[in-house]
Design a protein around this ligand. Structure first.
Ligand code: GDP
Ligand code: MG
Length: 436
């Protein structure tokens, strides 16, 4: 996700990281490079202009040129303005009404049906009882697609193909009777530039959905704005951006919230039911800037790993984690799904994770920690030369490998602690990233 943008921005900031102060000209040239990186990422020029105007203003106001850590300070300003450009605070589904009605609208192929399934899964996790409704009178295949998804998730399903307006009303009745509390209504898309079928507006008027989500494909970039126009009159309350997994540029995520004046509620990051993430502008800014997404990782691990991992995750966030926590996390990770996806969320590891051998590396790390005593795991400082030899022997590795792990652990801990103090992420010239 956003690899090319992140790389360019990282380079721009690395150049700024000369020792000592920066001249106004250097700050200007840094801002110019950020501008180029954003434009190359297909961020709308108006959004880029406004964002950097605020960055410049703050850079002057906060006296970046006089600062002893100018690159860090500029980075923090850029992060803040990126977050603001993406809507500031995270927005949530409203889900009011009995049942609450969530209507999914958007161009053909944007990912509405897939998102309907993902949302159902998300809501079930939150203790809700959704009813997936297909309102598509034209394509029987659409009902089939959604019913397959519903069956796989074990979620209630209804297809309203004859008269969608009356039909969905009846589904709402059914939901009330069966104590299902959210109706997720999937609608047919329209080709680009064409208005959605009239009955979709009728659905809005009769059902009064609390959430009308416009589903847009992030891969189409700025074009999405034009595609969105036909749907905005439906009273869109929020956006879902799909296919971010394939989006190296990031233009849509950065531009659409301000261009359309709507918050992004979720992003789709793959084709599977679990590949949906609540959108958080601050975290997204971190990811774009290469900080990784430790919070997201911790949450994901907590989801699959239960209480033990949740406690670990909390310590990771605070930077007080031990090697024992490391081990718990590695074990949960191997249960949590594709390793590369998870590793991409650790600052500095995204690229490394793409290389082969990361899984083996983790297996080795696990073996090393398993060869330590509990005291050693909790307080690695007690590990001297002879303990290192014992651990290396026990894990079938070398003293060098043990040393490497210990220093990585130390770095990771310092890094996480530094977050709150606006430390530079790895690769920015700060402490070396956690690599092999
Ligand atoms: P609809 O016409 O709007 O209902 O779109 P669909 O839900 O049928 O999705 C169209 C295609 O996009 C399908 O092949 C989906 O698997 C794919 N798709 C949807 N969301 C995502 C996503 O977040 N990531 C990826 N990689 N593919 C997606
Ligand atoms: Mg569909």
């Amino acid at each position: 996700m956003f690899e090319s943008l992140t790389e360019r921005l990282t380079q721009a900031f690395r150049k700024l990281r000369a020792p000592g102060r920066l001249t106004p000209a250097e700050v200007q040239s840094g801002i110019r490079e950020i501008r180029q990186a954003l434009l190359a990422a297909d961020v709308h020029y108006g959004v880029v202009r406004d964002l950097l105007a605020r960055v410049e203003e703050r850079a002057v106001g906060e006296k970046v040129v006089e600062s002893l850590a100018p690159a860090e300070q500029l980075l923090a300003i850029v992060r803040g303005e990126m977050k603001a450009a993406m809507g500031g605070e995270a927005s949530k589904l409203r889900l009011s009404g009995r049942p609450a009605v969530v209507l999914l609208v958007g161009p053909a192929g944007s990912g509405k049906t897939t998102t309907a399934g993902k949302l159902a899964r998300h809501l079930v996790r939150k203790g809700r009882k959704p009813l997936l409704v297909c309102a598509d009178p034209q394509r029987p295949a659409a009902a089939e697609q959604l019913s397959t998804v519903a069956a796989r998730l074990g979620v209630a399903f209804a297809a309203e193909v004859e008269d969608p307006v009356t039909g969905v009303g009846q589904s709402a009745e059914r939901a009330r009777k069966e104590l299902l509390d959210v109706l997720i209504v999937d609608t047919p898309g329209a080709p680009p530039g064409v208005s959605p079928p009239l009955f979709v507006a009728e659905l809005v008027a009769t059902l009064g959905p609390s959430d009308v989500l416009l589903v847009l494909d992030a891969m189409v970039g700025q074009e999405a704005v034009r595609m969105a126009e036909a749907f905005l009159p439906l009273g869109v309350t929020g956006l879902v951006l799909t296919k971010l997994d394939g989006d190296a540029r990031g233009g849509a995520a950065l531009s659409l919230p301000s261009r359309l004046g709507k918050p992004v509620l979720f992003v789709g990051v793959g084709e599977k039911p679990d590949d949906l993430e609540p959108f958080d502008p601050g975290r997204m800014a971190d990811r774009i800037l290469g900080f990784g997404d430790l919070t997201g990782l911790a949450e994901k691990l907590a989801e699959v790993g239960g209480e033990e991992v949740a406690a670990t995750a909390a310590r990771v966030k605070e930077g007080t984690f031990t090697l024992e926590d490391f081990l718990t996390q590695i074990e949960a990770m191997s249960r949590a799904g594709p390793l590369d996806q998870l590793l991409a969320k650790i600052p500095g590891l995204g690229k490394v994770a793409q290389d082969e051998g990361v899984a083996e590396e983790l297996t080795r790390t696990r073996a090393i920690i398993q060869s330590m005593t509990v005291e050693e795991r909790r307080d690695p400082h007690i590990i001297g030369a002879s303990r290192k030899r014992r651990i290396a022997r026990g894990s079938g590795t070398t003293v060098q490998a043990v040393n490497q792990l210990l220093s990585q652990y130390e770095q990771a801990r310092r890094l996480v602690r530094g977050f709150g103090k606006r430390r530079m992420p790895p690769g920015w010239g700060g402490p070396a990233p956690v690599t092999r």
